[in-house]
Design a protein around this ligand. Structure first.
Ligand code: AP5
Ligand code: MG
Length: 216
């Protein structure tokens, strides 16, 4: 099963992709995570990427298309993959369509994570993650069972994203509205768009996605 999770910053793409990966073994391909790893690993291109990400703008299409095209050829993607944060422009969606065709792969569903912008600010400003294993948490909605200790790996170190500041978040939301939201009619036309109510509790959103993919 190959899926796209499509939604604005804070709609829960990463949260749901992690859960689907845990349940089904589909590989979570998060372009945001890949970019953040490159920022840490590569001094030269990392600096340029960090500047773009922290400005709230999108990274150029050619970089993103190359990144995904190479990654989906890894053997672990054979069982299925979940694209979290890609495509984000019509040019990326066109490139994805072409590359899947060329590689003999197909897209099963594009899942729209529908929310409203009011709730997003709360989700983004409260978000943090474990510095060791990356498990995601939220000051309001998803606290660790034991305060200050990661549920998954027991680490006591946590990090917040540098692009989660309010000003940058507003620009990220604008980039979504202008450049990514046009993908909704794009995929509706191709009859693969399904919408879930991402305002619901995390576990209820997972249940809605499961209903779409038919408990694969
Ligand atoms: P990326 O990392 O993809 O960020 P984003 O799309 O802005 O989305 P977020 O990761 O902020 O939100 P999310 O939907 O994953 O929500 P989450 O599950 O964490 O991209 C970052 C940057 O990289 C971009 O701005 C761009 O510069 C660049 N980039 C990436 N891909 C690119 C591409 N293809 N092309 C060009 N540039 C690209 O949830 C948020 C919080 O809410 C968490 O704390 C979570 O616990 C909580 N939460 C989640 N669901 C719920 C719920 N149902 N109820 C209550 N709380 C919830
Ligand atoms: Mg994310």
């Amino acid at each position: 099963m190959n899926l796209i999770l499509l939604g604005p910053p804070g709609s829960g793409k990463g949260t749901q992709a992690r859960e689907l990966e845990r349940r089904h073994g589909f590989v979570k391909l998060s372009t945001g995570d890949m970019l953040r790893t490159t920022v840490l690993d590569s001094k030269k291109i990392g600096k340029q990427l960090k500047e773009i990400i922290d400005s709230g703008a999108l990274v150029p299409d050619n970089i993103m298309v190359k990144m995904i095209s190479e990654r989906i050829e890894y053997p672990d993607c054979k069982k299925g993959f979940i694209l979290d944060g890609f495509p984000r422009t019509t040019a990326q969606a066109d490139a994805l369509e072409k590359m899947l065709k060329k590689k003999g792969m197909q897209l099963d569903y594009v899942i729209e994570m529908k929310v409203n912008s009011k709730i997003l600010i709360k989700r983004i400003s409260g978000r943090y993650s474990c510095a060791v294993c990356g498990t995601g948490y939220n000051d309001d909605f998803q606290k660790p069972v034991t305060k200050g200790v990661c549920d998954n790996c027991a680490s006591r170190e946590f990090v917040r994203r540098s692009d989660d500041k309010l000003g940058t978040f507003r620009l990220r939301l604008e980039a979504y509205e202008e450049q990514t939201a046009p993908l909704l009619p794009y995929y509706r036309k191709r009859n693969c768009l399904k919408t879930v109510n991402a305002l619901n509790k995390i576990e209820n959103v997972t249940a809605e996605i499961e209903a779409v993919i038919g408990g694969a």
